[in-house]
Design a protein around this ligand. Structure first.
Ligand SMILES: Nc1nc2c(c(=O)[nH]1)N[C@H]1C(S)=C(S)[C@@H](COP(=O)(O)O)O[C@H]1N2
Ligand SMILES: [Mo]
Length: 315
């Protein structure tokens, strides 16, 4: 039997996860953010092998014991009401969705409003691989290797005016392509918002891929947000419109249950949801529950944006 070293196996023969970790250019591709951090190649390898705990102080808020959630869970257990309300619905019901071509509109309080084809929208920025913790409001979590571009890049290109204070995001509305939109489970289209400083924060990512591949439809193809210190519902999928505005935008979950979901939705183990505790979480694919961390483990990087704010009131 011929045993080839991992690097010689063509990526098309590998599972998405193995192909991702197999990349020769991993360190280069992981880019400046990894290089500038305390993440040493040894712990990267440990992460890749999935066994050892990740060293504390690694970038993107990873904590000891964090390891990437398997591809099957990342792409098989999803929240995407446009394709059904069950966690396994999106993988099935989004199979036929074709995210090409795709237009993204950037407008509102900006000097350079534009409609972009997706490729033109992404191209001026450098695609980065970033492994983020992902904490859902329903008290489950994952660790996801995203690929994407900083939202700040896109906003800077548009040149927000001095009146711009918030960013509003909108998902595609097309009930023929998104069967879940035939039901009024939410007031479509799905909308979300961030304060401008949150949107400009270097951690805020517009994801175009997961595990080095284009986003599967169920994960929000072809473009979705990931804001790792906030509950998952802030991370809006299949974005068609990014608008700079002067007032706090409405967001779908707050509209549907105003006493349960706020605008900020920062991960906070001390503020329970009215119907359940937020003190701990179930890591998908693992057995033990783990304690939920303030700002989902990103407090060092984001807490200063909320200094002086009452986080119980502004949940
Ligand atoms: N358009 C849209 N975006 C959405 C949702 C949705 O139903 N529709 N669900 C949100 C919720 S509640 C979560 S937890 C995350 C889940 O992202 P994932 O399936 O990629 O893990 O997507 C968020 N973005
Ligand atoms: Mo969620």
């Amino acid at each position: 039997m011929l045993i080839r070293p991992a690097a010689d196996i063509r990526s098309s023969e590998l599972t998405p996860e193995a192909a991702y970790w197999n990349r020769r250019d991993w360190l280069a591709a992981a880019g400046g953010a990894f290089a500038a951090s305390a993440l040493v190649p040894g712990s990267l390898r440990a992460l890749a092998q999935g066994g050892s705990p990740v060293a504390q102080g690694t970038p993107y808020g990873l904590q000891p014991g964090d390891k990437p959630t398997p591809w099957e869970d990342v792409t098989g257990y999803n929240n995407f009401y446009e394709f059904g309300t069950g966690k396994e619905d999106p993988a099935e019901l989004a199979k036929g969705f074709n995210p090409k071509p795709w237009t993204v509109k950037v407008d509102g309080l900006v000097k350079k409003a534009a409609d972009y084809q997706l490729e033109d929208f992404i191209k001026p920025s450098k695609l980065e691989d970033r492994i983020y913790r992902h904490r859902c409001v329903e008290a489950w979590s994952m660790v996801i290797p995203w690929r994407g571009i900083p939202l700040a890049d896109v906003l800077k290109r548009a040149e927000p005016t001095s009146q711009a204070k918030f960013v509003e995001f909108t998902t595609l509305f097309d009930p023929r392509r998104m069967p879940g939109q035939a039901l009024r489970v939410l007031d479509w289209p799905y909308v979300e918002g961030l304060r401008l400083d949150e949107a400009m924060h270097p951690l805020t990512l517009l994801a175009t891929g997961v595990y080095g591949r284009d986003l599967p439809n169920q994960n929000g193809a072809p473009l979705r947000l990931h804001v790792p210190w906030k509950y998952g519902f802030k991370s809006i999928k299949s974005i068609v419109h990014i608008r700079l505005v002067d007032k706090q935008p409405r967001n779908s979950w707050q509209l549907s249950s105003p006493n349960e979901y706020g605008f900020y939705s920062n991960v906070n183990p001390e503020v329970d949801h009215p119907r359940w505790s937020q003190a701990s979480e179930r890591r998908i694919g693992e057995f033990a529950r783990r304690k939920t961390l303030m700002f989902n483990g990103y407090a060092d990087q984001v807490a200063s944006m909320y200094s002086g704010m009452d986080l119980r009131k502004n949940y």
